[in-house]
Design a binder for this molecule. Structure first.
Ligand SMILES: NC(=O)c1ccc[n+]([C@@H]2O[C@H](COP(=O)([O-])OP(=O)(O)OC[C@H]3O[C@@H](n4cnc5c(N)ncnc54)[C@H](OP(=O)(O)O)[C@@H]3O)[C@@H](O)[C@H]2O)c1
Length: 256
């Protein structure tokens, strides 16, 4: 697809991979809107990238998702790309009963429901555009789960399945469906969990992830595994137990 002269909404685009995608899209002559909950991060992003349009929004909230959609359609009617990027990752230990599950943010609402709902809101508008795209950011953990973040891994697996169905539903329309599957990336997604567990691998540079993703999108490569996820995709089919073991080696389930 042509990756210039588009109008792009990136959820969670004030930090991390989303912000790098925003930078790359802007560098290629696109208009970019980002949303997030923290006003401070939106302001920081705008300072570093003055062309950026920012909008505060909690995508876990159904009314705020509708408000975001209305804002985009009313002010940027040419909008034709939605990047479902916002996400959180939580360690949840089911051996403790409901404690971890209920005390904290709703991963399913942020990582999954928001993607479903925003996709439903924007798709009819996108179908009227000459060319448009929905870009879902899933994860290598959607292919092989990291056991200590079970809901996160499950939401990413679901996003992978959803991307396949959506691509097929929309194949005779102007809407292209892409899925970016990053490996470990140097962002704050894990809230310092990697440091805590003594991991020295900070992962792939987010700029490289963004550049590789846009390059693949420009060539209409719809499924975009980045770095080691390419190995994970093939290896997990050949020997699932081995890849589950390798992936979970550095962060084993601790005894209670
Ligand atoms: N880093 C990795 O190793 C890695 C690997 C594979 C996939 N990914 C995926 O990449 C995507 C981006 O993550 P990242 O690594 O760049 O981490 P990040 O810097 O923490 O980015 C996540 C963004 O999502 C936003 N967000 C979270 N909850 C939100 C909500 N309810 N409403 C609106 N915005 C919300 C956050 O902003 P606020 O908190 O201000 O709302 C933040 O800007 C995620 O989907 C993640 O699962 C990351």
């Amino acid at each position: 697809m042509d990756i210039s002269n588009n109008t792009v909404l990136i959820t969670g685009g004030a930090t991390g991979i989303g912000l790098e995608l925003a930078k790359q899209f802007i560098a290629k002559g696109n208009t970019v809107i980002v949303c997030g909950r923290r006003e401070s991060k939106l302001k920081e992003a705008k300072l570093s990238l003055p062309q950026l349009i920012t909008k505060q929004c909690d995508i876990a909230n159904i009314d705020q998702r509708r408000e975001l959609y209305n804002f985009c359609i009313e002010q940027f009617s040419a909008i034709n790309i939605l990047v479902n990027n916002a996400g959180i990752q939580r360690e949840i230990d089911f051996r403790k009963g409901e404690a971890d599950y209920v005390n904290g943010e709703n991963e399913t609402a942020i990582n999954l429901e928001a993607t479903f709902h925003l996709t439903a809101l924007f798709t009819p508008h996108f179908m009227k555009q000459k060319e448009s795209a929905i870009i879902n950011v899933s994860s290598g953990l959607g292919i092989v789960p990291l056991v200590i973040v079970p809901i996160y891994s499950a939401t990413k697996s679901a996003l992978h399945s959803f991307s396949i169905s959506l691509r097929k539903q929309l194949e005779n329309t102007t809407v292209k469906v892409f899925e970016i599957l990053p490996p470990i990336v140097d962002t704050e997604l894990d809230n310092g969990a990697r440091d805590k567990s003594g991991q020295t691998n900070k992962g792939k540079k987010k700029k490289k992830v963004a550049i590789e993703s846009l390059n693949a999108i420009s060539k209409d490569k719809f499924e975009i595994p980045i770095g080691l996820v390419k190995v994970l995709k093939i290896g997990s089919r050949i020997n699932p137990p081995l890849f589950l073991k390798i992936l979970n080696k550095k962060t084993p389930v601790q005894p209670l």
